[in-house]
Design a protein around this ligand. Structure first.
Ligand SMILES: C[S@@+](CC[C@H](N)C(=O)[O-])C[C@H]1O[C@@H](n2cnc3c(N)ncnc32)[C@H](O)[C@@H]1O
Length: 219
C-alpha cells in the first residue's frame, strides 16, 4: 500500500482513503483495517466516482489535500464527497451543493455523520444564494448539464482563491451528442482558458466512466 497523495492510498489498481467514520460504509464499499489498527481504509470505486476514476487513470496533481476547503457542485447522494471528506479530514470543510431533493436526504444523513460536510440544497446556477460561504481552495464540479462549464466558471469567480483549482468532470453526451467526445473536451477546455484558467491536466475517464473526462485547471 503506497500513499500516492496525502490521504490517498494505492495498492495495484485499487485506491483507498482513510475512513473518517470507522466502521461506517457510505455506498457499500469495502473497509480494510490496517494490521496495527491505526486506521481503517475505505476502497474508492472508480466506476462510482469520477474523481476516483481520475486518480486511477493518472491524476498528477491532487488539489484536494488535508485541511482544504472545497465547494462541491452536484454532490448527489454523497459517494465522492465522502472520499473528499476523508482526505480533507477534521481541519478541512466541504460545502456540498445539490438541487434534487430525492438524493439530498442521503447527503444530509452523511453530513450528520461527518462534521466536515455541509449538505446544501441549492442550484449551482445561483451562487448568490450561498454567497455567505468562505473562499475555497478547490471548486469541484460534477453536474451533467450543458451549462456545466458556465456554472463552474461562475462559482470559481465567486468563491475560488487565486491559485486555487477547479476540477470539472465533463460528460460529452450532456453537452452535444452529435460531436465526438474529444471535440467536446477541447471545446470546454478552451472555454476555461478563455475565462483565464491555466489547464493543469485533462484526463480521459474511460473505461470507468464512458465519454467523460476530468479537467484540472488553476485560477
Ligand atoms: C453525476 S451526478 C453527481 C455524482 C456525484 N458527484 C458523486 O460522484 O457522488 C450529478 C448531480 O448534479 C445534480 N445537479 C444537476 N444540476 C444541478 C444544479 N444546477 N445545481 C445543483 N445540483 C445539480 C444532480 O441532481 C445530480 O445529483
Amino acid at each position: 500500500m503506497k500513499e500516492i497523495f496525502p490521504g490517498v492510498f494505492k495498492d495495484g489498481n485499487r485506491v483507498y482513503t482513510v475512513n473518517l467514520t470507522p466502521g461506517k460504509k457510505v455506498y457499500g464499499e469495502k473497509l480494510i483495517d490496517e494490521k496495527q489498527g491505526a486506521k481503517q481504509l475505505r476502497e474508492w470505486d472508480p466506476r462510482r466516482s469520477k474523481l476516483g476514476a481520475a486518480i486511477v487513470n493518472g491524476l498528477k496533481e491532487m488539489p484536494i489535500k488535508p485541511g482544504s476547503v472545497v465547494l462541491y457542485l452536484g454532490a448527489s447522494t454523497g459517494t465522492t464527497i465522502s472520499h473528499v471528506s476523508d482526505i480533507i479530514g477534521k481541519d478541512g470543510f466541504a460545502y456540498g451543493i445539490e438541487f434534487a431533493e430525492r438524493v439530498l436526504r442521503n447527503l444530509v444523513e452523511l453530513a450528520n455523520q461527518r462534521k466536515n460536510i455541509a449538505a446544501m440544497m441549492a442550484d449551482a446556477r445561483k451562487p448568490e444564494v450561498y454567497k455567505w460561504i468562505e473562499e475555497c481552495d478547490v471548486v469541484f464540479c460534477d453536474i451533467a448539464d450543458p451549462q456545466e462549464t458556465d456554472m463552474a466558471i461562475r462559482n470559481s469567480t465567486e468563491f475560488l482563491k487565486k491559485g486555487g483549482c477547479l476540477m470539472i468532470a465533463i460528460k460529452s453526451q450532456s453537452i452535444d451528442v452529435t460531436k465526438r467526445p474529444q471535440q467536446i473536451y477541447e471545446q470546454e477546455k478552451n472555454r476555461l482558458e478563455r475565462a483565464g484558467f491555466e489547464i493543469v491536466q485533462m484526463i480521459d475517464l474511460e473505461p470507468h466512466e464512458e465519454k467523460h473526462c476530468m479537467i484540472v485547471a488553476r485560477k
